[in-house]
Every structure is written in structure tokens, then in C-alpha cells.
Design a binder for this molecule. Sequence first.
Ligand code: NI
Length: 172
Amino acid sequence: MALLEIEVLGAKVLRERAAPVEAVTEETRRLIDDMFDTMYDAEGIGLAAPQVGVSERVMVVDVPDEDGKHRVHALVNPVVVESGTETDKATEGCLSIPGLEEEVTRPVRVVVEGLSPSAEPVRIEAEGLLARALQHEIDHLDGILFIDRLSPLKRGILMRKWRKRKKGRAAR
Ligand code: NI
């Protein structure tokens, strides 16, 4: 088990477009294992490689569905290939912006394709929380954070909170 350091808002890697993985190797699988460990340790439901300082298109999610069953996915080079027209709003947070959350509007249903850790093609038809988590993590691979999906007004309020918290941490 290896815990990786989680990059927080302000880190350049969070704003870069991550590179496609050319070949899924042992190294990729080790990264995925470490990302799961890091995500569970931080009590998150999703994590993207840029959040642990690796600018590659890799992400993991572990999302409970309505029956309490867990939908666990590790995806390499994931792409949203279809988005439904229906949207909804739900509260999101991000391990890279600890302490802040806000309602984000996203499509309710998406179809995501990518590769599994064993380099098999995967197609996931997702809705609800799983669809939301997949979209949030795939956004990370394009350098997009959930705060970018808010109105300028709401983003401004969050950013003021963030700066205050940062000052609080620095003073401690
Ligand atoms: Ni996030």
C-alpha cells in the first residue's frame, strides 16, 4: 500500500491537459492501486491521476449505488462518448479543494469508454452519482475543476472562502 500526496488547488498539474497513456503497463497498474489506496484513505469517491501529480489520463471511482452496492472502476484514457440532455444539480466536493463544496449541474446520464487496468476496452452506461463522479474525474484529466462549472458569482464566493481557509492554515 502506498499513499500518494494529493495536490491542492494552486498546483500547476491540476490545470494541465493530461497525456494519453500509450500502453497500459505494470507501472500503470501500480499507479491505479496507489490511487485507490490514496482515495480510500482520504475518504473520497473518485480520484484522477493529476491529483497525485501524474499528468496521465487515469482515474478511479468507487461510488455506492441506491442498493448500497459499490460501483468500482479504474479507467485509462476515459472518454465521455454520449451525454444525456437531462441535467440535475448535486453537491460536489474535491479532494484537491478540501473543505469546499457546491452544487454543480451536469448531465444525469453519460456513456464512458476507456480501457481497464488489463487494457481491455470498457463501456460504462452510468447515471446519477456514478455518472457525476465519472464526469468530475474526466474533467480533471482536462485540467477542469468543479469550481469552473459554477457561475462566476458562486465561484467568487468559494474562492474567498478558500483564501480565508488558506490564511487560517498558514497562521497555525
Ligand atoms: Ni476532484
